[in-house]
Design a protein around this ligand. Structure first.
Ligand code: SF4
Length: 426
């Protein structure tokens, strides 16, 4: 979502005559787009800002902080970080060109007044702004903004505001534009895509229409909420050849008591029933998830319930995190963050261990098969290896000498080995 927002910000600023440079030394303005989802994300930004302090001592520079951390911490952030001149939240980017212009003018006059744009909007979807995309294989397209679910641990409703869906025609225009510019894959983004509504349009209709855009090889989406996964979307994934057979289905906990405290509105049994329903309709589906360990009051029994559910569900992979209390959330106001960090860490390690074993076993089922792979580029570990993704979003690497027409090409790879992270092809 932040990558997508950065593309939007670039577009808005370029329209007003701002010029972007890759060379930090030449920049008059440095913008940091931030995430507030976990403390770790905050810490990265504080480290980055402290690095910028030294730069700002040497020459005039306007520093802007954008995104969810700016929205959630507001003036606390500005007070804590004197080098910050401009703060703009996710619904306020249209104001950014004028904020930066006045900040630059003020700096020339030796004034040091901070400028904020932190209003949340019920309507802003940045309609009519075509994101300024780097060339590449995947184009992110935001289909909705905000969220009305108010899961108790989550800061999104406070930083991105109420849920609103974009006009499907503008989404389709953006998809056609991306296709015409050579993007092979589109990922539709929303905090809860199953709530997408625009007149007669729901998400199943939208993803089908986007997948019908010729020249697009693959369409992905993230993320749905398990509480309202509609049969029509399962049908669209099952039947449309260009809608990828991958669903990221956040579980968060396997304990019904914790799920209730989290405000997730489903039980572990309902989650498993949904997994079962999806697998019966789409046998080759790849299912991934998010899990939080050590949420407020999570007992050993609660954790065991999550562990058992992970064993039972046999999902393809999982992002597993320690609970990190977020300012302003329901959990921060109502529940104590009372699980010691060490216990959170132990629980994460146990789940990671079992999930790695499950993932490795799941990945072994591809050995001996030949799979279509969309090439993304070079493997991170070695420039002599190519890297791409299966339809199910699993990473495949291969020796480039066995065939590597370059990023954006769809090739087939025979899989001869597999680990928990990677399939090896030729
Ligand atoms: S559905 Fe997702 S984005 Fe919305 S409140 Fe819950 S966790 Fe946050």
């Amino acid at each position: 979502m932040n990558e997508s927002d950065s593309e939007l910000v670039r577009s808005l600023l370029k329209q007003q005559g701002f010029v972007f440079t890759e060379d930090r030394e030449r920049a008059d303005v440095l913008l940091v787009n931030t995430c507030a989802i976990r403390e770790n994300a905050h810490n990265k930004i504080y480290a980055h800002l402290s690095e910028l302090k030294a730069v700002k001592k040497q020459r005039p520079l306007v520093v802007g902080v954008l995104g969810c951390m700016a929205q959630n911490l507001k003036t606390d952030l500005a007070d804590k970080e004197p080098i910050v001149d401009v703060l703009a939240g996710p619904d306020s980017y249209r104001q950014l060109p004028s904020l930066l212009t006045t900040a630059l003018e003020a700096q020339e006059q030796g004034l040091a007044q901070k400028r904020f744009a932190l209003d949340l909007s019920e309507y802003e979807t940045y309609e009519g702004i075509l994101p300024d995309r780097d060339s590449g294989v995947n184009a992110w397209i935001t289909v909705m903004r905000g969220c009305d679910n108010f899961c108790s641990f989550c800061v999104v409703p406070y930083t991105r505001g109420r849920e609103r869906s974009r006009d499907p025609e503008s989404i389709l225009d953006e998809a056609r534009d991306a296709a015409a510019r050579g993007f092979k894959q589109i990922t539709l983004l929303g905090q809860n895509v199953n709530s997408y509504r625009y007149g007669e349009w729901d998400f199943a209709r939208l993803i089908t229409a986007v997948a019908d855009v010729s020249e697009i090889e693959r369409v992905r989406f993230t993320s749905p909420h398990p509480k309202d996964f509609p049969p029509a979307l399962i049908e669209a994934i099952a039947t449309h050849p260009r809608v990828c057979k991958h669903i990221h289905l956040p579980l968060q906990s396997g304990s019904d008591r914790i799920l209730e405290l989290m405000g997730r509105t489903y039980t572990g049994a309902e989650y498993l029933a949904l997994v079962d329903r999806i697998r019966r309709a789409i046998p080759d589906i790849v299912l991934t998830t998010d899990i939080i360990c050590g949420f407020c009051s999570e007992s050993d029994d609660d954790f065991q319930a999550t562990f058992r559910l992970v064993e039972q569900a046999q999902l393809d992979s999982a992002y597993i995190f320690k609970y990190s209390e977020r300012k302003n959330t329901i959990a921060a106001r109502k529940y104590a963050d009372d699980i010691p960090d060490q216990v959170k860490g132990q629980r994460v390690s146990k789940l990671v261990e079992i999930q790695r074993a499950i993932t490795a076993e799941r990945n072994r089922r591809y050995i001996g098969k030949t799979l279509p792979v969309l090439i993304e580029g070079d493997a991170t570990r070695s420039p002599t290896q190519g890297m791409g993704k299966t339809d199910g979003n699993i990473t495949v690497v291969w020796d480039k000498s066995t065939g590597h027409p370059g990023p954006g090409a769809m090739v087939t790879k025979h899989i001869f080995d597999a680990s928990a992270a990677t399939l090896y092809g030729e």
